[in-house]
Design a binder for this molecule. Sequence first.
Ligand code: FAD
Length: 106
Amino acid sequence: PPDVEQLGRSSWTLLHSITATYPTNPSTSEQRNVSQFMGLFSKIYPCWVCAEDFQEFMAKNQVRVESRDAFGKWMCEAHNEVNRKLGKTEFDCSKWEERWRTGWKD
Ligand code: FAD
């Protein structure tokens, strides 16, 4: 099986990068595409225990795709849910764009 930590770092990079390049004003089909992608991603994520918990999170916290900001913040919250579960420090979600889109200011 894949290394769960390596897989996780790569996957979060992909997921946050997708939110960073998502349109500020997405069309209906763009919204449908990412909704479907996240639903399928949560079903095929190759760490089964992770996938199970992530599907549960998605069932309780419907993915927000109405704008880049909403989608980016939702992803940050999803990542924080895993951070909490693993006893890691929570990330300040007001800084998600600085980390994943525009780059740190200092
Ligand atoms: P990561 O958590 O991989 O984070 C990478 C970088 O993202 C960090 O260095 C930081 O700069 C940034 N970051 C951190 N938090 C946030 C945030 N909230 N928003 C935006 N950016 C942030 N591992 C398990 O052991 N059990 C699980 O059940 C599990 N479930 C997972 C579910 C999913 C959907 C994914 C993608 C991963 C899961 N993982 C799980 C892996 C886990 O989340 C980490 O990726 C792994 O432990 C490596 O952690 P890390 O400390 O290197 O940083």
